[in-house]
Structure formats: C-alpha cells, structure tokens
Design a protein around this ligand. Structure first.
Ligand code: GDP
Length: 425
C-alpha cells in the first residue's frame, strides 16, 4: 500500500510500509563487534586539594592500584619564598574486563589549592584542557585524519571538602572557569565524615551555590526515545549530585559477617558499594557503567565544538554556519563585543599578574634592604658596645690605680715628685 500527498512545492512524498527482513536490525551487533575490537577510551581529570581522597577514589572506581598509596609524596609546605605550583600528572593504564578493553588516562593536578594564595590555581588546569583541545584541532586540520587520538578531557571529578557548610570561593572560581570546557562532576569527598542529615543539607547548599553562580554540571541527557529504564536511571543519578562518596580498596568484615570494600569504625562499617551508605555506585554508573559514551559525546559535540568555533573565529576563519552571521549585523556586533571583552579580560589578567610580580619584587627588595639595615644597625651597636666595654675596662683599670695616683697628685700639686721624695728622705 502506498500513499502520496502533494506538498506546497508540488513535490510528492511517497511513504511505503516495508515488508520483509532486510538485515539492518543487525546494525547494533555490527557496532558491538567493532567497539569490542577498537576498545574504549576515557580521559578522566581529578581536581581537589591534597588529602581529599582522589587517589583512593580512582583506585576504588577501577578496582586496581593505579595510585599506589604508600608511594605518595608528602605535601609541600607553602611559604612566600617557595610557592606551591600546580602541575599536571597523567597516569595511563589499559584495563580489561570480560574481553572489553578500556584505555584509561587519569589526569591529576597536584598542588591545586595548596599555596598561600590560590587565586590562579585554576589556570594551569584550564591551559591543560585547552592544549588538549588544540592538539585535537591540529590533528583534525591535517590531511590524514584517520588516526586522530582523542586526548581531550572527557570528565572532571571535582572534590569538595566535607566541611558541611557551603562551597569555598576557590571551589566556585574553579568550577566557573572550567564548566564550559569539560563535563564537570562535583563530588563531596570523604562523606563518611558527615552524618546523613549533614550531607543532605550540604548538598542543598552546594546546589544552591551552583545554581546562583550559573555553573553547569554534567547531567546525563534525557533522550525522548530512551526506554523507561534508561530514563529512570538517568533521573536517579541526577538526583544524587553532588555525589557523596566514600573511597576504599580495603576489604572489611561487617557485623553480619559479609566482606565488603569499606571503612571500619568502632560503631560499624561504611560500605563503599552500598547505596544506602554513599553515592559511590551512582557515580560509577555515571562515569563508567551507563554514561561513558554520553560524556565523550558531549565533550565532542558540545564542549569541543564550542571551543573550536571560538578558536576559528579568533583566527579569522569562518565556519559554514557563520556565513549567515556575516550578514547579521547584530550577531556580528555581539561576536565582536565578546571577542573584544575576551581580549580585555586577557589583558587585564596579564596586567594584574605583571603588577603582582612587580609588587612582589619590590617587597623582596624592601625586605632585603630591611635585613641589610638591620645588620648594619647590629654591627654598629656591637662596635659601640665593644668601645663602651673598652672604655669601661680602662676606667676600671684607672680606678684600680687611683689611690696611688691620688696620693701622688696631692703632692704633685705643691711640689715636683723628685724634690718631694728627696725632701722626705
Ligand atoms: P589525595 O591526596 O586526594 O590523593 O588523597 P588520598 O587518596 O591519598 O587520601 C588521603 C587520606 O585520606 C588517606 O589516608 C586515605 O586513606 C584517606 N581517605 C581516602 N578516601 C577516604 C574516604 O572516603 N573517607 C575517609 N574517611 N578517608 C579517606
């Protein structure tokens, strides 16, 4: 049976019902085989202050010692002379589970939040995200694009200190700087140190801050065509953000005799893989089990696209869709304004850092002069004290010799000594 309906432009659209099995129902199987052959990759960034349990959580998520905890370097103590710098360290591992391979790269940012002044802590991290986008863009522009390696950051786990109050200015600043470049997943670190009520209230305050600051955190997409189960899973995951997590690779025995991964306390065991104890399972579903592909897709289709468009516009290259914008003076003006503002902001940051550097230099000079003056003053004082001591010694010497001198001087006033002595004899 067929139906034909004339459209406005007089062209006909013919719809036919397909009968008979052709074979495209096999596409998912083909895709599955291809994916297994190729394997999967995930580039996961972890950011948070030292000691919040980042290494432990990564080990717990992938159930292996990617970060041997007994080999961890000790924290450096910051001082004005020796600031702690943020560095980028990556650990890569090929892991396999039921014949499925995962090429995992964890990008750690040691030093974040450890200095006395952490105002620019976010900068090396944003630079790293941008550099990875740039590498991809360079590869895309090349003629042979068949072997592009995707080093882009697919997700960023941001560790919030379990203070139970609200976000710190550094948390807000960092999240604002990265949320448009990376899939941001905030987690409450070491949530076993808070009570259930404290976690609930803390979560509300964090979500309030995130909303008020206009920060976008990653949420699994809600596809219209998804089945009810997938939708339900996505909703449940969203409802748990920011994830209150507990990390541990240690096997512990519970009071009822089960052996679980957890943290033992005198009053019982906090189980990592128990949804009633923490949100670890939900986080693992989000990052690995259910939404890894969505994280990568969003990185590629939204975050990278956005970066790429901005970059190409800055380089003066017009994309297909910007051909239209060329004729839209309002859009063009808006774009130019944004570019101008970005340039101004960059200049301001540069000027601020130059200013801060010169203030620091002057301060150092002043400190040096002060030390110098202090030393000079000390030397002078020591010299004077020495002189006083010498004079005092001399005085004491003179005083010791005084009675004789006194006698002599009494007679000396009237007669010369020799004559006097001779006279007396
Ligand atoms: P990192 O510096 O952020 O990588 O932190 P580590 O993973 O090295 O952990 C620092 C310390 O915190 C270690 O003594 C861990 O045993 C402990 N720790 C890690 N995760 C948790 C957690 O979920 N709860 C508690 N209470 N302690 C944790």
């Amino acid at each position: 049976p067929s139906s034909a309906s004339p459209t406005k432009s007089e062209s006909k659209v013919i719809r036919r019902k397909l009968n008979g099995y052709v074979g495209f129902a096999n596409f998912p199987k083909q895709w599955h085989r291809k994916s297994i052959r190729r394997g999967f990759t995930l580039n996961l960034m972890v950011v948070g202050e030292k000691g919040l349990g980042k290494s432990t959580l990564i080990n717990t998520l992938f159930n292996r010692e990617l970060y041997p905890l007994d080999e961890k370097p000790k924290a450096a103590f910051p001082s004005p002379e020796k600031p702690v710098k943020v560095s980028i360290e990556t650990v890569s591992a090929d892991i396999e589970e039921n014949n499925v391979k995962l090429g995992l790269t964890v990008i750690d940012c040691p030093g974040f939040g450890e200095d006395i002044d952490n105002t620019d802590s976010w900068k090396p991290i944003v630079d790293e995200i941008n550099q990875r986008f740039d590498m991809y863009l360079d590869a895309e522009i090349k003629i042979n694009r068949s072997t592009i390696v995707d080093n882009r950051v697919h997700a960023c786990l941001y560790f919030i200190e379990p203070t139970g109050h609200s976000l710190k200015p550094l948390d807000i600043q960092f999240m604002k700087e990265v949320h448009q470049k990376v899939n941001l997943i905030p987690v409450i670190a070491k949530s076993d140190t808070l009570t259930e009520n404290e976690i609930a209230e803390f979560k509300l305050r964090i979500l309030d801050d995130i909303k008020n600051q206009g920060i976008h955190i990653f949420t699994p997409p809600d596809y219209v065509n998804d089945d009810a189960e997938t939708k339900e899973a996505a909703h449940e995951i969203i409802s748990k953000a920011p994830f209150a997590i507990v990390g541990s690779t240690t096997q512990t025995q519970t009071q009822d005799g089960r052996v679980v991964r957890g943290r033992a306390y005198p009053w019982g065991v906090i189980e990592v893989d128990n949804e009633e104890h923490c949100d670890f399972i939900k986080l693992r579903q989000l990052v690995i089990r259910n939404f890894l592909e969505e994280l990568k897709e969003n990185t590629s289709n939204v975050l990278y696209e956005n970066y790429r468009t901005q970059k190409l516009i800055k380089m003066g290259i017009k994309q297909d869709d910007t051909v239209f914008r060329e004729f839209d003076p309002v859009l063009k003006q808006e774009e130019e304004r944004q570019l101008h503002e970005a340039k101004l902001a960059a200049m301001e940051t540069q000027m601020r850092s130059i200013f801060q550097a010169s203030v620091a230099k002057e301060e150092k000079k002043l400190q040096a002069t002060e030390t110098d003056l202090f030393q000079k003053h000390k030397d002078m004082r020591d010299k004077l004290l020495k002189q006083i001591k010498l004079l005092e010694d001399k005085k004491a010497e003179l005083e010791a010799a005084r009675p004789m001198t006194h006698e002599k001087s009494t007679h000396q006033t009237s007669q010369p000594t020799k004559t006097r002595k001779g006279f007396l004899r």
